[in-house]
Structures are given as C-alpha cells and as structure tokens.
Design a protein around this ligand. Sequence first.
Ligand code: FAD
Ligand code: NAI
Length: 468
Amino acid sequence: ASEAEEHDVVVIGGGPGGYVAAIKAAQEGLKTACVEKRGALGGTCLNVGCIPSKSLLNNSHIYHQILHDVKNLGDVKLNLTQMMKAKEQSVSGLTKGIEFLFKKNGVDYVKGTGTITGEHEIKVNPLEGGESKTLRAKNIIIATGSEATPFPGLEIDEKRIITSTGAIALTEVPKKMVVIGGGIIGLEMGSVWSRLGSEVTVVEYLGAIGGPGMDAEMAKTMQRILQKQGMKFKLNTKVMGGDVGSDNIKINVESAKDGKSEAIDADVVLVAIGRRPYTSGLGLENVGIEVDERGRIVIDQEYRTKIPHIRVIGDVTFGAMLAHKAEEEGIAAVEYIKKGYGHVNYGAIPSVMYTHPEAAWVGQTEQEVKATGKEYKIGSFPFSANSRAKTNLDTEGMVKFITDKETDRILGIHIIGPNAGEMIAEGVLAMEYGASSEDIGRTSHAHPTLSEAFKEAAMAAFSKPIHA
Ligand code: FAD
Ligand code: NAI
C-alpha cells in the first residue's frame, strides 16, 4: 500500500449521514475525506430510497389522478420506461450535486470500500480495483447505513422476489403483487404499483399498518383510504413461506388469530419487513467495537463508540431510520469533534409517508401518551371542512393535535392529508419551541390554504374550531 494520507476526519459512507458530516467537517476547517463504495454519493436515500421512490410516487399519482379522478381531461397511457427515466434523471442530478458540494467544500471523495484496520487507520480497496490505500484519521465517523432485512426462505432476486430496490426498477406492471410488511416501504411502493394497475395485497403481521410509530387512529384512517384506492390488506397475518414456480408464486399465510391458512397468488413479492444495520466488511472486529443484538453499533450520547474518536451516525446505529435524522446526527457528531458539544432533539423528528394523501407526524402518538398516564386533550379537524382541500377535490384526512390537558403544551401532531409532509414542518418547529396549541390557534394562517386545517385543529384542542 502507498503511504498513509493524514486527515482530521475520515467518514465511512456517503449517504445522508456521511456526506452531511463530511461537508460540515470541511466547513469547520477540518481536513476531511469521505469513503464511499457504491460509485455514487447520497447513499441509500438518493440512489435507491427516498428520491427514486418519490419520483415514482409523484408520477404514478399524476397518472392515477388523471385516469380516475379527472376523466374529463382525456385519455392517459402509461409509459413506464419514461417514468423510470425521469426517476434516473432525478437521482443522477442529485448525486452529482453532492459531488459538486464535496469539491466546493474541499472534501476528498475516496471511491472504494473502507475497512477499519486500526484505531486511526482505514484501508480502502478502490472501486476501480488496484492497490489498496491507507488513510490515517484523528477522527473516524462511521455512516455505513442499512440494508433490507431478508425474509427467511424467500430468496431475493430483485425481479420477482424483490426489496424496495427491485420495486423502484420493475420493467413491467405485475398483475398481482404481494407485499410482506405494511410499514412505510410496503405502503409507498404498494401505492406506486397499485396506481399503475397492479392488484396489491399487503400482508402485515400486526393488527395495524404504518409500521412502528404511527398513531393508531391515523393508521386505521390510512388503511380505509388505501383500501378505497384498491389496495387489499391482510392484517394479523403471518407469512409462513412461499412456493416460487416458474410463472407463479404462492405465498402461504396463516391468520395470527385463528391459525387459518391460505395461499395468495403473486407475480411479484415485495419483502418490506424492515431494514437492518449494515456493517459487513467494515472491520469493527479489528478494533473491538460492539454491536447490539439487532446489529446496531453501540454508542453513547455523543455518538462515540468505546473508542472515543470513532463515532457513529445514521441507520447503522440507534433510532429512526430516516435520512433527516442521519443528517442531524452528522452535524452534531462534527460539532462534538470540533467544539465538544452538539445537539439533536429526538423528540422532534418528523416522519412522513408519501402516499396520497400523505401521512406525517411528530412527537408522541395517542397510545404513547395514554401509556404515560398523563391527562391529555385531542383537537382534530378534517380536510373535508377546509376550503382549499374542497376546491382541489382532495379532502381525505385530518389534522390531530394531542396536548397536555394541564399546560396545553403540544405532545404530538398527526396529519393525513394533501401536503401533510410539508405541513408537519410547522408542527416540528412548534414542538422545538415548546409551543401550546393556543400559540398556533392564534397565529394567522393564509386563506385559502390547507394550513388553515392545521390552525383549526389547534383551535379545537384549546377552544373550538370555527369551520367544523
Ligand atoms: P445510507 O444512506 O444507507 O448510506 C450508507 C452508505 O455507506 C451507502 O452508500 C453504502 O454504499 C456506504 N458504505 C457502507 N459500507 C461501506 C464501507 N465499508 N466503505 C465505504 N462505503 C460504505 N428516509 C427518509 O427520511 N425519507 C424518505 O422518504 C425515505 N424513503 C426511503 C425509501 C426507501 C425505498 C428506502 C429503502 C429508504 C428510505 N428512507 C427514507 C430511509 C433513508 O434512505 C435512510 O434513513 C438514510 O439513507 C440513512 O442514511 P445513512 O447515511 O445512515 O445511510
Ligand atoms: P417498517 O419497520 O416501517 O415496517 C415493517 C413492517 O413489516 C411492520 O409493520 C412490521 O410489523 C411488518 N413485519 C415485520 N415482519 C413481518 C413478517 N414476518 N410478516 C409480515 N409483516 C411483518 O419497515 P420498512 O417499511 O421495511 O422500512 C424500513 C425503513 O425505511 C423504515 O425504518 C423507514 O423509516 C425507512 N423508510 C422511510 C420512508 C419515509 O420516511 N417516507 C420511506 C421508506 C422507508
């Protein structure tokens, strides 16, 4: 190997956690390198996650809307090749944008697989092959992300038995799709293919869809809405296995309630039962860094492993597997390195599910608040009573505030509705600033906007809404 290059910070992984940490470190005047093995920056999120899925969600929504809701606008035909092209263009534009930001901020982009070989040493096997090189680092930030959890007995080929990576790249619309797992990936990707004409059946082990963290009332509402759009749900149902034939797949399921079994036919099966931390080839064993029983790298509150100058952020450690959570941690980890302090408010990280309508939430669910024994109030307001939603003929869903009965402080906000993902930002800010529902209810919101439903739900929590 050639002589080691010295850096203040070496980041392993160029996803939302890693690339943000690298840019921030360079901005702080630290000599920084970022090692990434996939040949493009942006990680799971930009390459095979957030961005390509949202491109398909947006275009499939437009297609579905014209086809079903506004028939008088004329005929519409699906051009799947073009839809995939639009997706690829969004992805490549954004990943190249990060490369540009690296150049602008002076981050060394090292293309290859990084393995920790010593407490201050990373060996990089270059992507294009050839001799490995060694980087020396005062600080290491691990941001190697996550991968889809496989389903035992169903071998992923990304064509017929797929994860989300296959689901963003199908070349034709499957007649029948079975989705194992009714969490965020299952509902987003299930929506895409259902809108494009596939008969989608979601099999969920639990009694509710939405994955961990969704308010129970919202999960029920969402299920009803998606059912109306044509998706089928089998809740409280265990997948026992599958028979993969040459032109048909049978997924064998069993009711978790009464043990009744049946087989569901599928052309394509999407496995969406969660993601697991990715540390393969990282060399944690070389320096004795531990992972927990779920494979997450163990860290303290300052993102330090037991080797204090090796920190960990994003999907590969604790907490929600979300791009913006990884980004916040990237900034905070660098601030700890540079200044000795950093901060992420884990109580105010929004979640958004980009179905139509969208679901978005921040803070606690009603079931979580109930479990604390705290007395609380609910204020809700339906979009069917909001003038803009009515004018747009897009009235499904509602805004729900959960507040502390005694102090009126906001404990959680849950939205299902058009643009919920943008609207939740106001709720996150309110929670960051410790707002009460009265603070929001007395704040002027422009008319006619969807955000008036947000204000009226807040009014409902401390007093009464006007329009319901
Ligand atoms: P990652 O983005 O996984 O990046 C890790 C990077 O490290 C990868 O590029 C990998 O190649 C690289 N790497 C791993 N090991 C090494 C090594 N040894 N050497 C060099 N490089 C290495 N989140 C949202 O907030 N909003 C969404 O809308 C959303 N949609 C999603 C849709 C899908 C289909 C999926 C799968 C995920 C989605 N997510 C979404 C989750 C989001 O993608 C992740 O939370 C986010 O990417 C985590 O960022 P990260 O930096 O921790 O890891
Ligand atoms: P998830 O954790 O959201 O949902 C998995 C679902 O599968 C759960 O409802 C679970 O009960 C169910 N399940 C688990 N094992 C099962 C089994 N054997 N049979 C039937 N059901 C089973 O995980 P998902 O949807 O795979 O997403 C992974 C991660 O990616 C999530 O943590 C999510 O945060 C992130 N993501 C975020 C998005 C967003 O922010 N919009 C979009 C897509 C993914």
